[in-house]
Write a protein that binds this ligand. Structure first.
Ligand code: IMP
Length: 202
């Protein structure tokens, strides 16, 4: 049986790798949106769910394929849940991991309360006008360290110490991170829904 193609609505190569590893065993061919040319919609939602749907809808409309998108972020207890949906642009510059990590360390300077969690919402739209998107969530609890540690992963990984581990998320192998992470959990939950309602090839 040939694989069903799905477009993955993200420009983040780290996420593409993670998603491909998680969805390939189910027979889906995950195609990054970089294979196609279309304008990225502004992420104007106030919630992870809204932003994930905005991204998936734009990708489905542009490609004619079913689309999966995630929206994720870091929620820090002492910062009232910030940076949250603004995680990618916390320092003011979209996608600058080094600047975002520096801004987070500064915001938590002298702060002893360092609990945090990653949250991920994953959606799947069968087509751009799908009135019933599949929606799944995952959370990964931990704490924010006082120094960067580790070289793998992306985003806030070098500052995030997952609960129950004595290292940062940037020190985990991709497989180990997928098994535990908010995105791994959200994708697994989406996979459960896709088993009940598989995507059809067009
Ligand atoms: P998104 O691409 O709009 O979902 O933005 C998510 C942002 O949250 C990323 O740019 C990272 O700053 C942060 N983030 C989400 N997931 C992770 C993760 O697994 N590790 C580290 N940072 C993450």
């Amino acid at each position: 049986m040939s694989a069903v193609s799905v477009v993955l609505a993200t420009g983040n190569p780290g996420k593409v790798k993670e998603m491909q590893a998680l969805l390939a065993p189910l027979g889906y061919r995950v195609r990054p949106q970089s294979e196609f040319e279309f304008e990225q919609p502004p992420e104007t939602g106030d919630t992870f769910i809204e932003n994930a749907i905005i991204k998936a809808r734009a990708a489905a409309a542009a490609t004619g394929l079913p689309a999966i998108a995630d929206d994720s972020g870091l929620e820090v207890a002492a910062l009232g849940g910030a940076p949250g949906v603004r995680s990618a642009r916390y320092s003011g510059e979209h996608g600058n991991d080094a600047a975002n990590n520096a801004a987070l360390l500064k915001a938590l300077e002298g702060q002893r309360r360092r609990q945090a969690r990653f949250r991920c919402v994953c959606v799947c739209l069968r087509h751009a006008a799908d009135p019933a998107p599949l929606i799944a969530q995952g959370v990964w609890p931990g704490r924010i360290m006082t120094e960067l540690q580790g070289l793998d992963g992306f985003g806030y990984d070098p500052l995030f110490q997952p609960a129950g581990l004595n290292c940062s998320a940037a020190e985990l192998s991709p497989e180990e991170k997928n098994r535990r992470s908010h995105r791994g959990q959200a994708v697994q939950a989406l996979v459960t829904q896709l088993r009940i309602e598989p995507l059809q090839s067009s």
